[in-house]
Design a protein around this ligand. Structure first.
Ligand code: F6P
Length: 342
């Protein structure tokens, strides 16, 4: 059997661990052959590929990024795109495809599965916002990077007695802000699910200054103010899945704090640093187990499914379940964090 593998969407620590597990078990246990498609869906769309062997995946477990490269290509927005993918898979003798990606990549996989393509999905995103799985790999690494950055920023905030606003990733879900903010003792956490009142934020900032400590405000890039509640964009440009590029809410909040409280305030945008470099032990463990389970799903010809973490078990769920809705932070979880505001 010949199996294709691709990684799509934003890169994410742990992608290489999945590829390694898929290829090692696929070749050594199941006797499969592999085709690595490059740059996400652009690979099978344009026929950009190379054979993947055990020697290609040696040494990649701790490496960030993806040896297969990635892109945000959407074959459904290209005329004749789906037919080209089907033709290329046939020409390459590929019997099944493993698609490793987030909402968009798995959304394409779901539609292709509906059209009869043999696909198994592996959920990835640092945002942790895919339903159907308790966690996605990459999230733990991103949270640890953000936590370490906030720990460091505390000392500058204290030394200069200024407010620091830390903008983290999270387009529609505030998981990174919530987990990193709680872990690093942020004084305010702002997430997309809960529009914020800037007066209330400034109140927490004042309280913190009154205790002679300096406030750290962690904000998801997709957070919105209650009044004039629109997401802050860096440009109006959209990718092929229709997503705009977010960024700038940290600067907006810092300017408001400075103007309303008279205290010096600065913003720090963590950006792609959160997605870079070596995965944590948890992400290597999860990504490896996802890879092993995905190749077993191919062996069992259980197509149209996605591997998922439920408790400590890896299970298979319908692909559509992973992309049906976004997994967001509940009001109850957010309320837990409020105890530490101010
Ligand atoms: O989906 C993961 C993510 O890192 C989001 O948190 C962020 O909004 C987006 O990707 C950024 O994408 P890009 O790197 O393509 O600008």
């Amino acid at each position: 059997m010949r199996v294709g593998v691709l990684t799509g969407g934003g890169d994410c620590p742990g992608l290489n661990a999945v590829i390694r597990a898929v290829v090692r078990k696929g070749i050594e246990v199941h006797g499969f052959e592999f085709v690595g498609y490059r740059e996400g869906w652009r690979g099978p769309l344009e026929g950009i590929r190379a054979d993947l062997t055990v020697s290609d995946v040696r040494g990649i477990l701790p490496r960030g990024g993806t040896i297969l490269r990635s892109s945000r290509t959407n074959p459904f927005s290209v005329e004749g795109g789906v037919q080209r993918i089907q033709d290329n898979l046939d020409a390459d003798g590929v019997d099944a495809l493993i698609a490793i990606g987030g909402e968009d990549t798995l959304g394409v996989a779901t539609k292709l599965a509906g059209l009869g393509v043999n696909v198994v999905g592996v959920p990835k995103t640092i945002d942790n916002d895919l339903s159907g799985t308790d966690f996605t790999f990459g999230f733990d690494t991103a949270v640890n990077i953000a936590m370490e950055a906030i720990d460091r920023l505390h000392t500058t905030a204290e030394s200069h007695h200024r407010a620091l606003v830390v903008e983290v990733m999270g387009r529609h879900a505030g998981w990174i802000a919530l987990h990193a903010g709680l872990a690093a003792g942020a004084n305010v956490i702002l997430i997309p699910e809960q529009p914020f009142d800037i007066e209330e934020v400034c109140g927490h900032v004042q309280t913190r200054f009154e205790t002679d400590f300096s406030p750290i405000i962690v904000v998801s890039e997709g957070a919105v103010p209650k009044e004039g509640g629109e997401m802050t964009l860096t440009s109006g440009e959209k990718d092929s899945f229709g997503h705009v590029r977010l960024g700038g809410i940290g600067d907006r909040i810092a300017a408001e704090i400075e103007q309303r409280t008279g205290k010096e305030s600065r913003a720090v945008v963590l950006g792609h640093v959160q997605r870079g470099g070596t995965p944590t032990a948890f992400d290597r463990w999860l990504a490896t187990r996802f890879g092993l389970s995905a190749i077993d799903a191919v062996h069992a010809q259980d197509y149209g499914t996605m591997v998922a973490l439920r408790g400590t078990d890896i299970v298979r769920v319908p692909l559509s379940e992973g992309t049906a809705e976004l997994k967001t932070v509940s009001p109850e979880l957010y309320d837990e964090a409020r105890v530490f505001f101010g």
